[in-house]
Design a protein around this ligand. Structure first.
Ligand code: ZN
Ligand code: MN
Length: 256
């Protein structure tokens, strides 16, 4: 099996892999953002990178180092910007990072690029970065880019099994059952189950307010309970995500 991680490959080995195997390159994107007292600040990048690596292993892909700073945390899906440790970038910065890296991968001769997002707030700025990079490239450039939120690959059956009492939705799933279970699977040493807070689910109005009101958000930063999290759920989800993403990448790029 070939090396999966781009940042541990030499440029020569990387160049030769691109030239001979035309492998899919995975670019994980995350955030540095509070995830309650029980999960690390880097959770979104750790998870997008772990999911991308598991998918890449199945199809002989390569994973680039994650873009680890994300767009500003929003109260309704990440707790907001008032938490110490949450370290976010302006939209232009994220758009620029994505635009520049996509253009660079195209220059390397990469034809199959898969951007795996792990931070809810990043979605449209990643989209914009890809769009501007595609506009930068010469007509006839061979690169194609897939873009995804990794959680969208979880099936309804899995969500029913993971949430026997009902799924609260991905926005409220911040630092809750999905992320905590996946971290228990990929990085159990980084999870403090004893510190999972008792805060009930956040209850937001239908509008946003600026400046944001920290009182809208549970003081722990967790938007719905992580109590139902466990490593078995994490393994079920991780297995499904890797297989489904690998299959989607193979299917999409085979048609090209
Ligand atoms: Zn997260
Ligand atoms: Mn996030």
């Amino acid at each position: 099996m070939n090396t999966v991680n781009m940042n541990t490959m030499s440029w020569v080995a990387y160049r030769d892999r691109i030239a001979t195997a035309n492998p899919p390159i995975f670019l994980p994107v995350g955030a540095l953002e509070q995830h309650g007292p029980h999960l690390p600040l880097g959770t979104d990048a750790l998870l997008s990178a772990a999911v991308a690596a598991s998918a890449a292993e199945q199809i002989d892909g390569i994973v680039a180092p994650a873009l680890s700073y994300g767009y500003k945390s929003q109260p309704k899906c990440g707790g907001g910007q008032h938490f110490c440790g949450t370290t976010s970038v302006d939209a232009q910065t994220l758009i620029g990072l994505v635009r520049d890296t996509v253009r660079e991968f195209a220059r390397h001769g990469v034809e199959k690029l898969v951007v795996v997002n792990g931070h809810y707030e990043n979605q449209w700025f990643i989209t914009e970065g890809i769009d501007l990079a595609m506009r930068d490239l010469q007509p006839g450039a061979k690169i194609q880019v897939m873009r995804m939120e990794y959680w969208d690959f979880l099936t309804a059956a899995t969500l029913r099994a993971v949430f026997p009492d009902g799924f609260p939705g991905y926005a409220l799933e911040h630092a809750a059952v999905i992320e905590t279970s996946l971290m228990l699977h990929y990085h159990p040493e980084l999870v403090r189950l004893d510190l999972i807070p008792d805060d009930g689910p956040a209850n937001f109005p239908a509008y946003d307010i600026y400046p944001a009101d920290p009182d809208w958000v549970p003081p722990s930063g967790v938007l719905s309970s992580a109590r139902g999290a466990d490593a078995v759920k994490g393994e079920i989800m991780a297995t499904e995500l890797a297989a489904c993403i690998a299959k989607a990448v193979m299917t999409e790029f085979e048609r090209a």
